[in-house]
Design a protein around this ligand. Structure first.
Ligand code: S3P
Length: 426
């Protein structure tokens, strides 16, 4: 699908509720499948990625049904059964990495596959610790498909070089089925939704700073309320900051501190952002945010901040084109291993629109403020976050832009355009 975006003549105004968090939705459906009994998940994401996790747990013998549009009821014995087919993770790295940890410790064999993009993404980062635990995984030189021979696992002490929540979650989930204690340490704190939810579901898990340990546990069924996705909210925050006279309120945005790097950066850049109210859903903080058009200045984003905003870096590049001075992103080399090489992709596509942006090995440097010209055809590289970032850039381009492959937005955020249209019509 090709999407034409024109410069927005109107500011963004009004109040919208942000749809369900993709990361928490994956965890809710997968962990509920490991609980013995009936679990209810409120506000489950209908993005294609969480739906891939849902299909996989069904193929593993778990009953799951939507009670209404977004309420999912899972009925499980807590025990998975041998699938009769290959398990397709689609575009979802979270599904593949989480499921590899779980399937490695089962008493049956299984195979995980994915689409073209997922088959290019590195899986060695999970195969390595799982193999140390006794897992038997055959891959195509560290890439999917993953052929997993179920085996009894043994707890390990693992110090990861990457601050990756997917790797951390994979090892902790394998630890649920392993003999002895599994300990995981990371260099910086990555998102901790797994730890919060496993605790909520009764797992024997201890967290101390960057170290987490877990013992074999059977999870208990529960009701899980999922808040809105800050990574989806980020596109509206960005648009409000850069489209003149905008003033919006975003409700029910997840505010887990391991995900709020984008808010810290907006503040650093001088953006006008306020948290109006906050509340707790199933152990996760959420709140309402007001954000307005602002005069922005560049900043440096590096080190411990990177995992707290890893998925927001493409949209931060768009914001940075409208900030005075340099915005420098460092230590973000893992951005090259996402749904696309997001460093190369965002630099190439924003350059086509007239941005002053330069690629570095571990990030990029944007010099602003620049008037984006548009009248270009841009690519999203089968990457939902690229598609949405370019849409926001299109709102401030002098001329129309056309985005090829815009349908990839459905991976995480099918409601994206509907919400934008609402904010632009107020
Ligand atoms: C995710 C973790 C992050 C993030 C991804 C979702 C998760 O990946 O980029 O979109 O749900 O745990 P890494 O853990 O590989 O950094």
């Amino acid at each position: 699908m090709i999407k034409l975006v024109s410069k927005s003549e109107k500011p963004l105004k009004g109040t919208v509720t942000i749809p369900s968090d993709k990361s928490i939705s994956h965890r809710a459906v997968i962990f509920s499948a490991l609980a013995d009994g009936i679990s209810t998940i409120n506000n489950f994401s209908k993005g294609a990625d969480p739906l891939s996790s849902l299909e996989i747990i069904k193929s593993l013998g778990v009953q799951a049904e939507f009670k209404d549009e977004t309420t999912l009821v899972i009925n499980s014995t807590g025990k998975l059964t041998k699938p009769s087919k290959i398990l397709d993770c689609g575009n979802s790295g979270t599904t593949m990495r989480f499921m590899s940890g779980i399937l490695a410790g089962q008493d049956f064999n299984s195979t995980l596959t994915g689409d073209e993009s997922l088959s290019k993404r590195p899986m060695k980062r999970v195969i390595e610790p799982l193999t140390l635990m006794g897992a038997k995984i055959n891959s195509k030189e560290g890439h999917a498909p993953l052929d997993i021979t179920g085996n009894q696992l043994l707890g390990i002490e693992y110090s990861s070089k990457l601050a990756s929540a997917q790797v951390k979650s994979c090892v902790l989930l394998a630890g649920l089925f392993a003999n002895g204690m599994t300990r995981f340490e990371e260099p910086y704190l990555s998102r901790n939704h797994t730890e919060i939810m496993l605790k909520h579901l009764g797992a024997d898990i201890q967290i101390s700073g960057l170290k987490t340990s877990i013992k074999r546990s059977l999870l208990k069924p529960s009701t899980i309320d999922i808040c809105g996705d800050i990574s989806s909210a980020a596109f509206f925050m960005a648009a409000a900051l850069i489209v003149p006279n905008s003033d919006i309120i975003l409700k029910n945005v997840g505010l887990n501190p391991t995900r709020t790097g984008i808010i810290d950066v907006i503040k650093l850049m001088g953006g006008n952002i306020e948290i109006l109210d906050s509340y707790v859903h199933s152990g996760e903080i959420a709140g309402d945010i007001r954000i307005r058009y602002s005069n922005l200045k560049g900043c440096v984003i590096e080190k411990a901040l990177i995992p707290r905003l890893i998925d927001e870096l493409p949209i931060i590049a768009v914001i940075a084109t409208q900030a005075e001075g340099e915005t420098i992103i460092k230590n973000a080399e893992d951005l090259r291993n996402k749904e696309s090489d997001r460093i190369k992709a965002i630099v190439q596509e924003l350059s086509k629109l007239g941005a002053n942006i330069e690629e570095t090995p571990d990030g990029f440097i944007v010099s602003g403020k620049t008037t984006l010209k548009g009248e270009s055809e841009v690519e999203c590289y089968h990457d939902h976050r690229l598609a949405m970032s370019l849409y926001v850039a299109g709102l401030i381009c002098q001329n129309k832009i056309s985005i090829n492959g815009f349908e990839w937005v459905n991976i995480s955020f099918p409601e994206f355009e509907k919400i934008f249209t609402k904010l632009l019509q107020n």
